[in-house]
Write a protein that binds this ligand. Sequence first.
Ligand code: T5A
Length: 208
Amino acid sequence: MKGKFITFEGVDGAGKSTQIKLIADRLTAEGKAVVLTREPGGTGIAERVRNIVLDVGLQLSVRTEALLFMAARSEHIEQIIKPALMAGKVVLCDRFCDSTFVYQGLTQGKTVTELDSLRNLNLQATDGIMPDLTVVLDADPKELLLRRDARGVTDRFENKGLDFQENLRAGFLALAQAEPQRIKVVNALDSVEAVNEQIFTLVKNLLG
Ligand code: T5A
């Protein structure tokens, strides 16, 4: 692939959407061709799947959730991500496979070495496309509660409480420890500007 694929991960409300837009703006200002997208979502069908998986009124098993996220990802890869990478663009994606590994894997009692079935499903959904760089926005979920309270609870996952958010955090950190080359951890509690500088440095290191 000629382009570069960068994903943003972390617990709910860590600041991914804020940062990804700022990075997209900075890269665009430098003349880079940037595609800004998100998961679940990014295509008409994947956005419809998003409406199902984030609906607070629906009870889904973890396996059903995982399969729905993968179905949305398959669409997203074929329609948006792969063509953009083949055209040499920088693809910035708000959440990707590591969210599945954490939300549908590590928080469900699996360890990093027990993610084979999810990794295999992901391989099928993505045709083997993996991020070149993943930025994990890390923070103590208690500190993030204030930010979330200001916005109100919005979806099924944000509704699951502090213990769940702490498990999420541990999950992302475990993935980062297992893949330190690809996954970089940034302190999300710094100011927006300071967090952005750290991420921009990582992105520039990748893009050269
Ligand atoms: N999911 C997803 C799975 O379970 N499996 C999967 O495979 C995938 C792909 C997606 C949900 O789906 C789950 C994970 C998620 O729970 P979503 O709506 O996309 O749902 O939820 P999030 O990704 O969590 O997005 P949020 O919008 O909730 O959080 P962000 O994007 O991390 O945070 P952001 O940027 O919106 O910021 C939150 C607030 O904090 C402020 C912002 O202004 C905003 O008010 N803020 C800061 N304040 C102070 N200092 C800073 N540095 C700040 N940065 C941001």
